[in-house]
Write a protein that binds this ligand. Structure first.
Ligand code: SAM
Ligand code: SF4
Length: 464
């Protein structure tokens, strides 16, 4: 754990010179260049207390996000394949000692049914999620599940990118996972604070802090070059967690020339029979949460920031502004829940934690467009070999938006044609026309118009 220097991080948090508003303003000016920040500079921004500087922080984060990614928001949904787990994380309902949780592991047929449900909603990206179990989420079963998901096809619609959030593996295990054609491998450290980590993970394989901390190193060594990190906010001091999370990102970038493809910012939610979730030891307020997201956006401008449906719709709307680039929508967090929610069974008895945003994908899509964000179902980079250093090069130089914007528009048009109600279709198409009118680069504009003509004539999966 040599790159998580607890003493150094606490010194930064307590350093009064970083609380100086003149210095904080200077850091904000530097941040506007979208070239990233050091740990010390990030600590200074996390210490801002002056309300005027806070709004400047938020405004800067918004500008930087738009500069790199444009106004697009990439959508996905999680698919839980099992809630069986050998670990005992104090914050999670899936913990082994929760004897009251109804346990369920999906069969291959059930995984197919869940995927069909998501494909019929219009989803193109799935995040496969699993508890840690030697049989129900071992690498062979995950492989079968991935194959099943990729093979579902409904009128030419299918899942085009599958990311995985599962227990960390050996390098050889990750090599096998890569061979299944996954997009991003995600694993959250939960808390980077060593003694808190030990307290929260009383037993099971996850108790090994170092094994988890170096999971991304092993994934990268195995050739999975899009990796996603995260921390579960609420377990320890949020300033410590944010700076440690950034230390992790910087370390990966220094060692491999590739920073994390995504950073997730789950906040602790109530969970059934999970003592640490009932009363978060370091609950993070909405205002603090906004600052966390803004600082991450400025410190690592090239990284996608993911926001899940743990958060309420009203807050999500505000957080989009501050640098979020990927969101889940229409999510359920228990195995089999998509199918069951249609049949109104008891999904809550099996879910991992409670959700804050219960809206359907279409409701979220409509809301995004009304707010001025382009919903994107794009999965182009992974399939055009723009992963790892190739993606980072485009993101770090601010060129990824030139690809994202046209691809977002064409995949949104496809969604509108195939899945949207008449009302959403009309709102969405209107939004697309305005976006096209606003494109300043003539050749991009022509390209987009041609892409849309192809989509409207029935072509699918049109991207560049
Ligand atoms: N079991 C694997 C693991 O723990 O890495 C993979 C998936 S786990 C189901 C996904 C994530 O859910 C965890 O990494 C954790 O951050 C998050 N989580 C667990 N309990 C939560 C809660 N009560 N509120 C919000 N997020 C939670
Ligand atoms: Fe298991 Fe993951 Fe939940 Fe921990 S967070 S109990 S490892 S599913």
């Amino acid at each position: 754990m040599e790159f998580i220097n607890e003493d150094y991080i606490f010194n930064l948090i307590n350093d009064n010179s970083l609380k100086n508003s003149e210095y904080q303003s200077e850091v904000l000016v530097k941040a506007r260049n979208a070239k990233g920040l050091s740990l010390k500079e990030s600590a200074a921004l996390l210490s801002i207390s002056d309300p005027e500087l806070i709004s400047e922080l938020h405004q800067t984060a918004k500008e930087v996000k738009e500069k790199i990614y444009g106004n697009r928001l990439v959508l996905f949904a999680p698919l839980y394949i099992t809630n069986l787990c050998v670990n005992n994380c104090l914050y999670c309902a899936f913990r082994r000692d929760n004897k009251d949780l109804k346990r369920k592991s999906l069969t291959i047929d059930e995984i197919k049914a869940e995927t069909e449900f998501l494909v019929k909603q219009g989803q193109k990206r799935i995040l496969l999620v699993a508890g840690e179990h030697p049989k129900k989420s071992d690498i062979n079963f995950i492989g079968e599940a991935i194959n099943t998901i990729y093979n579902v096809n409904f009128n030419g619609n299918n899942i085009r990118r599958l990311n995985v959030n599962s227990a960390p593996m050996t390098v050889d295990g990750f090599k096998v996972m890569k061979s299944f054609g996954i997009g991003t491998y995600q694993c959250f450290q939960e808390t980077y604070h060593y003694s808190t980590y030990k307290k929260m993970h009383p037993d099971g394989p996850k108790r090994d802090y170092g094994w988890r901390l170096y999971a991304m190193d092993r994934a990268l060594q195995a050739g999975i070059d899009d990796v996603g990190i995260g921390a579960l906010f609420g377990l320890t001091d949020y300033k410590f967690e944010t700076l440690a999370l950034l230390s992790h990102a910087f370390n990966l970038d220094e060692k491999y020339g590739i920073g994390p493809h995504t950073i997730s910012v789950p906040r602790l939610e109530p969970a059934f029979n999970a003592p640490a979730a009932e009363k978060p030891p370091f609950a993070v307020s909405d205002e603090e949460f906004k600052n966390i997201i803004a600082v991450i956006r400025l410190a690592v401008p090239y990284t996608g920031i993911i926001l899940s449906t743990r958060e309420r719709a009203e807050l999500r709307r505000e957080l989009f502004e501050l640098g979020i680039s990927q969101i889940s929508a229409g999510s359920r967090t228990s195995p089999g829940a998509y199918k069951e929610s249609q049949e109104s069974l008891h999904e809550h008895e099996m879910e991992q934690f409670q959700l804050g945003d219960h809206r359907t994908l279409e409701e979220v899509v409509k809301d995004c467009t009304k707010l001025g964000y382009m919903p994107s179902f794009c999965t182009a980079c992974y399939r055009s070999d723009r992963t790892g250093d190739r993606f980072m090069e485009l993101a770090k130089t601010g060129n990824i938006g030139k690809i994202c914007v046209p691809n977002a528009i064409s995949t949104f048009e496809e969604y509108l044609n195939d899945f949207a109600s008449e009302e959403t279709k009309s709102i969405g198409k209107d939004f697309i026309s305005k976006e096209i009118d606003g494109l300043r680069n003539k050749s991009t504009k022509n390209k987009v118009i041609k892409m849309l003509e192809r989509v409207d004539s029935g072509d699918r999966d049109v991207f560049f």
